[in-house]
Ligand binder design. Structure first.
Ligand code: FEO
Ligand code: CA
Ligand code: CA
Length: 637
């Protein structure tokens, strides 16, 4: 008899076999690990996209192409443990939120469990799995009633702050497709909430450094929590990587007020604009979020965090070898006997694109051996030359200019002050690097640059002054399509698409396939995903500002329909689209609608939409949507 959910003992018993399945089942490993070269076979004669595009629009609900169902799977506040209390927007607190799905869902990863959860039988891995979901932040004025906020002293009550700290981070839930529809298994032993107070460790070259020590943690290696978790990536050894992005919004205090030994952190904090745009009030109830009390606490955020979703008791690890910045994502290239490569963008205007290359080679035959492979290696930052070539510049302490004369006394300094190091090396300053993905078919790498209205001087990789629209670059490592060397020091690159209206003035217009349709053009590319066939899906964040809903577009990257985007999904007003994630068979697409109803003047009482409940008592709720095709075919085909 099939069991509905695993017990914890079952999980431990089957964990290793799941790992073997992940590593060994060729196409699965490709799907989940951005391995490349063995994705679906592609016809290059014509587009394989078969859906009829939806229109640009903007209203209070979501839209998907005809022939598809887009069902709400789980929303902020929904209890995900059997003991969880029902969502009450007027009585939120940390204890309840700990048992509920978090706020502002962002990155999504799907990990298969198989139809029989105990034997790790993966005959049906696309109908039963774990959904790992980031919760990026909270929108304080839409999350809590104004009345309770106004009555609370100095901006937020303790209950609100505790609710907020429990609403961020990450959720792991077990999901199953039954009779065509997805549901959450609330009794699952895998279910987990990771929040701003979950114990985790710092590992790698910076762990234990004096600049990571705090009054509460003299080891410099133990930290409470993760937040600002934006996009991420998965590894072929069965873990998820989540990126800590806008951590600066949590920290209060004035860098100029730091004195004595703490004064050395002032410039570091200024580089992150800490204290300049406070959006939360956590420091009122926990001193570690006040840099004037705990000046090194921000150094413990801005990392890539690795989590084992198959082991609900595992300790998340902040991998310092991958550097500290406003990490947007982590795109992994890993093939047997090759070095592991992780691409990540630093999402801020004029910041850079990074790549980590492991010291050890990935061993697909014994994946437990790779568990700490991200702790040793070389971090690089990209320089895009105007002639279409590029170079990865190593961020290595002791190599000019990363030497004591420039303020670096160890590799820990290079990693903590990554932006400073990148600047000294002459890395290219980009138009806000957002998501990065690797094609499973060609092995080329795609980088979404979302926008940069402050750009005054252009270069070939950031070619428009005052870039309001964003663009997508295609990075081409040495080799041939299907077999490219992501660890190499050199690369070639080209513009894949310039976003924006293709009918605008020549100097600002969007540039795509010459026959782009009326709804095929887009603005502000953010999250990227490849489907199993190697088609690129682009989600947007900011098209709302142009009077068009944010949403999802799909395109071929090869063949005659390259960069001919087709509009598939539209968000409710105020929402951006995050986390596109396909099941291995490509028949389900999970997307995360983030902050629906957020627009100028929106509040808890008066949001721009009440999606998805449309209940006057319920504020709009970020939700994961499961998209399937009515004929159960592959999404997009
Ligand atoms: Fe959280 Fe850069 O998007
Ligand atoms: Ca993003
Ligand atoms: Ca992505």
């Amino acid at each position: 008899m099939k069991k509905t959910s695993d017990t914890f003992a079952d999980i431990l018993a089957s964990r290793t076999s799941r790992r073997k399945v992940l590593a060994g089942a060729g196409s699965l490993a490709v799907t989940f690990a951005a391995g490349c070269g063995s994705g679906g076979s592609r016809s290059e004669d014509r587009s394989s996209l078969g859906f009829v595009a939806i229109s640009h629009g903007l209203d209070d609900t979501h839209h998907v192409a005809d022939g598809y169902a887009a069902d709400i799977l789980v929303s902020w506040g929904e209890p995900i443990f059997p003991s969880g209390s029902l969502f009450d927007p007027y009585a939120q607190n940390g204890r309840a939120q700990q048992q509920q799905f978090g706020a502002n869902n962002d990155y999504i990863a799907y990990f298969p469990l198989g139809s029989d959860t105990v034997s790790a039988d993966v005959s049906n891995p696309s109908d039963h799995g774990l959904l790992c979901v980031n919760h990026e932040h909270i929108n304080i004025n839409m999350m809590f009633p104004s009345e309770s906020r106004e009555s609370a002293s100095r901006g937020s009550s303790k209950a609100e702050v505790e609710a907020a700290m429990a609403a961020v981070g990450h959720s792991i839930i077990e999901v199953r497709r039954v009779n065509g529809r997805w549901r959450v298994e609330k009794g699952s032993a895998y279910t987990r909430r990771i929040t701003a107070t979950t114990p985790m460790v710092l590992t790698g070259p910076a762990a234990g450094d004096v600049r990571l020590k705090t009054p509460a943690d003299p080891t410099g290696a133990r930290v409470l929590g993760t937040f600002a978790n934006c996009s991420g990536g998965v590894t072929p050894w069965g873990t998820i990587l989540i990126a800590e992005e806008n951590f600066r919004e949590i920290f209060a205090g004035n860098p100029d007020a730091l004195s004595g030994s703490a004064a050395g952190e002032a410039e570091n904090h200024r580089r992150f604009e800490i204290g300049s745009s406070l959006e939360q009030y956590w420091h009122l109830f926990d001193d570690r979020f006040n840099i004037e009390v705990s000046p090194t606490e921000p150094n413990r955020f801005g990392w890539i965090v690795e989590i084992d979703p198959y082991d609900p008791r595992s300790t998340p690890r902040k991998r310092t070898a991958l550097g500290r910045c406003q990490h947007e994502n982590a795109a992994v290239a890993a093939e047997h006997d090759k070095f592991v490569v992780v691409y990540s963008g630093d999402d801020k205007k004029h910041e850079c694109v990074y790549k980590f290359v492991s010291e050890s080679r990935y061993d697909a035959s014994n994946i437990e051996k790779n568990q700490n492979i991200l702790d040793a290696g070389t971090l690089y930052v990209a320089r895009f030359n105007d002639d279409g070539t590029g170079t990865w510049l190593p961020l290595v302490y002791g190599e000019e200019p990363l030497v004591p004369e420039n303020g670096f006394r160890s590799q820990a300094d290079v990693l903590i002050d990554l932006r400073l190091a990148a600047r000294l090396l002459g890395a290219t300053r980009m138009d806000r690097p957002e998501d990065i993905e690797i094609s499973p078919v060609t092995c080329r790498t795609y980088i979404a640059l979302t926008k940069n209205d402050d750009r005054e001087a252009t270069d070939a990789a950031n070619p428009r002054i005052g870039n309001l629209w964003g663009h997508i670059l295609e990075l081409i490592p040495p080799g041939s399509d299907g077999d490219r060397d992501h660890a190499a020091r050199d690369f070639e690159w080209q513009v894949f698409a310039l976003a924006g209206d293709p009918t605008s003035d020549p100097e600002v217009r969007g540039v795509y396939h010459e026959h782009i349709s009326d709804s095929g053009w887009l603005c502000n590319p953010d999250n990227l995903a490849f489907d199993p066939q190697g088609r690129l899906w682009v989600a947007t964040d900011g098209f709302n500002d142009f009077g068009v809903h944010d949403g999802l577009w799909a395109t071929e990257t090869v063949g005659p329909d390259r960069a001919r985007f087709r509009h598939f999904f539209g968000c409710p007003n105020g929402g951006e689209l995050c986390g596109p994630a396909f099941t291995p068979d490509g028949r389900t697409l999970f997307v995360a609608v983030q902050h629906p109803g957020r627009s100028d003047g929106s509040t808890f009482e008066h949001p721009a939409t009440r999606w998805p409940d449309f209940d006057p008592r319920i504020p709009p709720r970020s939700s994961v949507v499961a998209i399937t095709k009515n004929d159960d075919g592959e999404i997009g085909s």
